[in-house]
Ligand binder design. Structure first.
Ligand SMILES: Cc1cc2nc3c(=O)[nH]c(=O)nc-3n(C[C@H](O)[C@H](O)[C@H](O)COP(=O)(O)OP(=O)(O)OC[C@H]3O[C@@H](n4cnc5c(N)ncnc54)[C@H](O)[C@@H]3O)c2cc1C
Length: 422
């Protein structure tokens, strides 16, 4: 049985763990910091981010783009802005590029650039990696942490947990970090559920599979509008997808996990899809009246076919039970129904615990467990928790990686300065 002694052991070689290790090793020097990774290589999820392009941060980072424990998120963001993020990566040699919506990507457009430079920075600063390390037990003896695998024991003065969430298990993710924290130290977490994921719905129009449309999706609680999101909507075999749907999925899954949306109780929720958002109901009716004459001898779906994908027009006509009638016979009330349906196509979400298609999980370590200014555990001195383990999740657009890096910096700063924040 080999034994390795270090000052700081970082469990999890993902976005947060690698970033925290670089910061610590730069300060404490060669051999001070050890990254303990269960998988054969570090950074597997990081490589898959942004479709392999890694949407690293967002220029508009602010509290309003996040859910979860706002006190914790505010504290992390106040220490690490988008400019700080750019500065950190520039120090690693990574050039960034701005895109629409404040999204920031590596100039190379490749996530490998980010991972390679982070890993190189670890090597240069003397942080070591121990991959394929299956933690069997963790305990604290006096002031030291003792981590045990089948054949290696690691002893450290500080322990950083950065094991991420169970989102995307196909990339090796699971809940083991939460289990280790609870079983070893009694550190508790809130219920977790998928966020940033497609939404499965009761109505899945098989003919719409693969169709994309620009539009607005509104989450309704009863008949009340709760939240609206704009962008590209993708219709799938099982329901709805696309970035704007991803952003709403957080609320949908909160409803199925906790019975609430944004903390408020609702009896039922639905998604209303508007695929002609630029037009008012009246404008759309006027357009459809014009088309009624142009496509007089065609079936009703044709009145929308000059504006929408054919399959979508057909679905709207079906929804209004008008698919068999010719355009010429459409009266004003039929036109009104078609216009209404194009702007309010209703979908009823169904519960899904499919983590494979989720980018992040909502929920996490209970906010009463960590000090916001340092991310140190209140229960266990010198134990820090960062990254997606925390009860904090962001919208699509680089907000989640930003928070992982922000948490890593907060924990590293605290370790370096010797501050407990308690
Ligand atoms: C497909 C996809 C695309 C995404 N795209 C973006 C994007 O473009 N922009 C964005 O902001 N966010 C994106 N995200 C979210 C982002 O990847 C995560 O929020 C972020 O990686 C969280 O960082 P982390 O360090 O907490 O966890 P991770 O990056 O998941 O790292 C955790 C590490 O810990 C290791 N580990 C887990 N358990 C143990 C254990 N018991 N012992 C040792 N090691 C362990 C894991 O193997 C992993 O290497 C995406 C997510 C997915 C799945």
């Amino acid at each position: 049985m080999g034994t390795k002694k270090v000052r700081i052991a970082v469990i999890g070689g993902g976005a947060a763990g690698l970033c925290c290790a670089v910061r610590c090793a730069r300060h404490f020097g060669k051999g001070s910091t050890l990254i303990i990774e269960r998988q054969p290589r570090t950074g597997r999820k990081l490589l898959a981010t942004g479709n392999g392009r890694c949407n690293i941060t967002n220029r508009n980072v602010s509290l309003s783009h996040y859910h979860g424990d706002k006190r914790l998120i505010r504290a992390m963001l106040s220490r690490f802005t988008a400019d700080d993020c750019e500065h950190f990566f520039r120090q690693l040699g990574i050039l960034l590029r701005d895109e629409d919506g404040g999204r920031v990507y590596p100039y190379s457009n490749r996530a490998t650039t980010v991972l390679d430079c982070l890993r190189l920075a670890c090597v240069r600063s003397g942080a070591e990696e121990l991959c394929g390390f299956q933690i069997r037990t963790i305990r604290k003896s006096g002031r030291q942490f003792i981590l045990q695998s089948d054949n290696i024991r690691v002893i450290s003065d500080y322990l950083v947990f950065a094991t991420g969430s169970a989102a995307a298990p196909q990339l090796g993710a699971d809940d083991s970090g939460f289990r280790l924290l609870e079983d070893s130290f009694g550190i508790l977490s809130t219920p977790r559920f998928p966020a940033l994921a497609p939404v499965n719905t009761k109505e899945h129009y098989s003919q719409l599979k693969g169709v994309r449309a620009k539009g607005t999706v509104t989450l309704l609680g009863g008949d009340k509008r709760i939240q609206t999101s704009k962008g590209e909507i993708q219709f799938t075999e099982k329901g709805l997808s696309g970035i704007c749907v991803f952003d709403l999925s957080r609320y949908v899954n909160e409803f199925f996990a906790l019975g609430t949306v944004n903390g408020k109780q609702y009896r039922r929720i639905r998604l209303s899809v508007d695929v002609m958002q630029e037009f008012s109901h009246e404008e759309l009716c006027a357009y459809l009246h014009e088309c009624k004459k142009i496509f007089a001898d065609e079936k009703a779906a044709a009145v929308l076919s000059g504006a929408l994908d054919k399959k979508l027009s057909q679905t709207i006509a079906d929804d209004c039970r008008l698919s068999t009638v010719p355009c010429r016979t459409l009266d004003s009330s039929s036109i009104e129904r078609l216009a209404y349906s194009a702007k309010n196509l209703l979908f009823t979400p169904i519960a899904s615990d499919d983590l494979r298609s989720a980018q992040v999980c909502a929920g996490g370590i209970d906010s009463t467990e960590v000090a916001p200014d340092t991310l140190m555990s209140y229960r266990v001195e010198n134990l820090y928790i960062c990254g997606e383990l925390l009860d904090a999740d962001g919208e699509c657009g680089g907000y989640n990686l930003h928070l992982a890096f922000a948490g890593a910096h907060t924990a590293a700063d605290a370790i370096i300065s010797g501050s407990t924040g308690i």
